[in-house]
Design a protein around this ligand. Structure first.
Ligand code: BG6
Length: 504
């Protein structure tokens, strides 16, 4: 939750481990640059990129500029603004595993302290492979860079562990060095504009609360579908799978935002407490029932936008007999007063027909249709559709009279469409999240218990899928809506997956 623009934040040094990586170029630097354009960075800030490669400061800046020109939502950088922003960027070649490199950060930080005559906040951004998270934390500690608990923060990218046990071990390690309030575990879905708006929508409007429960809601669907395949991440993905990559984090967090009770206020811990409550209320999926609660798929070859694309098993760095799932659909039950008997269906996959993320809240049928005159007036159930991307909109689907002499009804949309209502482009998730770290707001970051509770939810399915090979993989072609049994998963409850039409 970005701070109001009038709050002045502390001078800040951001040290990016993985400074030459893809995430830095595509997301982190464009986000910082856009914050700079909007005057949201502190007046005094420094970005120090680090990786093994040798670069001069200038060469490093040039490579980041190319990233901004390609990926920034505000388009190509303007010369003057880039010159000002980039004068705060430097580079240091380092070996993450070697404590000596950290002493060099220390001397850089000390020089800045003297120059600024103030103690800056120091953010260590771990944009590296997860097996290095602990090493970085340990070396920060060994070189006493963690001295000030108020101003030192560490940002951890996902994946946070590869199962419950490893996530617990990582939390234990980090918490021997840092306090929880210093640790910012990223789930970038929480920074997305529409996702943040769900909180406002639910808790800033009186009309929502009376409807937001089992009495009025029949079921909920959360879909994050992607048209892309695994691209150049086959090596990572083949050891992960979509359940770990997307459901354990992004989709379960969306579920939490829909299902959580109202927090007392916007305090980071109070908000996160309410989300943990949801994860704890999810009914444990027990062995023996898994095939009725979860469906997996793997894409085969096909055609996407006129181009022939490989199947998952033919992707670079993927085992030719891989058992890894690229699609998952699951049904969750939440055992509490609000949601008893309301199924939540989650689905996500790669190489699907369309890239789109949305949440659909399907309301119950009216108790009695007084307009029924045969075919004409079969009433559709009301829906609240929260489109997260690429369309950003919240729409209510209601039944309404068609103007005319007869009492005939059809479905109409009441829409809050971001592209119409707001003048400026919405900030990227990383902009919101980075500004939050700079200003010390943890609301949108995952707390240790939250990550562990999410792992607990998916562990039975992960274990089962790992130990039971699928002999019909690949089971869906590229450019489809996924495997057929995903349709069966929801159809047996009398529902179907709702795919939204493209915006007109
Ligand atoms: C990442 C996953 O966390 O989220 C990727 O590792 C996925 O596999 C990505 O493609 C999706 O994010 P977005 O913001 O493009 O929907």
């Amino acid at each position: 939750m970005a701070n109001p623009s009038n709050i002045k934040v502390n001078p800040t040094v951001i040290i990016i481990f993985g400074g030459n990586g893809d995430l830095t170029k595509r997301k982190i630097i464009p986000a910082l640059y856009n914050l700079f354009l909007e005057n949201r960075l502190p007046e005094q800030f420094a970005i120090i990129g680090t990786s093994r490669t040798d670069f001069t400061d200038q060469k490093y800046r040039d490579s980041l500029l190319a990233g901004i020109n390609e990926f920034s939502r505000t388009g190509k950088a303007k010369k003057e603004q880039w010159a000002k922003f980039s004068s705060n960027i430097s580079y240091q070649a380092s070996d993450i595993k070697d404590v000596a490199s950290y002493n060099e950060f220390d001397s850089k930080i000390n020089t800045l302290k003297e120059e600024w005559k103030q103690d800056p906040s120091i953010l260590y951004y771990c944009a590296v492979s997860p097996d290095l998270f602990c090493t970085i934390a340990e070396n920060i500690s060994k070189s006493k860079l963690d001295n000030n608990k108020e101003t030192t923060r560490i940002i951890i990218e996902k994946p946070f562990g590869r199962d419950l046990e490893s996530a617990k071990a990582l939390n234990t390690k980090l918490l021997t060095i840092f306090d929880e309030k210093q640790i910012y575990r990223i789930d970038h879905y929480l920074g997305k504009e529409v996702v943040q708006n769900v909180m406002a929508f639910r808790f800033a409007n009186t009309i929502m609360e009376p409807l937001w429960n089992r009495t009025h809601i029949e079921h909920v669907q959360i879909s994050v579908t992607e048209q892309i395949g695994v691209e150049d991440r086959g090596g990572y993905f083949d050891h992960s799978g979509i359940l770990r990559d997307m459901i354990q984090n992004h989709l379960l967090q969306l579920l939490c935002i829909i299902a959580m009770e109202p927090p007392v206020n916007f305090d980071a811990d109070l908000v996160r407490d309410r989300k943990v409550d949801v994860l704890k209320a999810i009914r444990k999926i027990v062995p023996g029932t898994i095939d009725t609660m979860a469906v997996r798929g793997q894409y085969g070859p096909g055609w996407v936008q006129g181009k022939e694309v490989s199947g998952y098993r033919e992707e670079v760095d993927v085992a030719p007999d891989s058992n890894t799932e690229t699609y998952a659909a699951m049904r969750f039950n939440i055992d509490n007063w609000r949601w008893q008997g309301v199924p939540f269906y989650l689905r996500t996959g790669k190489r699907l027909f369309k890239s789109a993320s949305h949440i659909i809240i399907q309301f119950r049928e009216v108790p009695h249709n007084m307009f029924n005159n045969g075919e004409q007036n079969v009433l559709k159930q009301n829906r609240l559709i929260i489109s997260i991307q690429p369309d950003m909109a919240i729409r209510f689907q209601l039944e309404s009279k068609i103007p005319g002499l007869e009492m005939n009804l059809n479905t109409v949309d009441m829409v809050f469409d971001y592209s119409v209502k707001t003048k400026t482009d919405a900030p990227e998730a990383y902009e919101t999240l980075l500004l939050d770290v700079i200003s010390g707001d943890q609301t949108l970051f995952m707390r240790a218990d939250q990550v562990e509770a999410a792992w607990e939810v998916v562990m039975p399915v992960l274990d089962y899928w790992e130990n039971n090979t699928m002999n019909n993989f690949p089971n869906y072609p590229a450019n489809s809506w996924g495997p057929e049994n995903a349709d069966a998963l929801i159809a047996k409850d009398g529902f179907h997956w709702i795919n939204l039409p493209d915006k007109k």
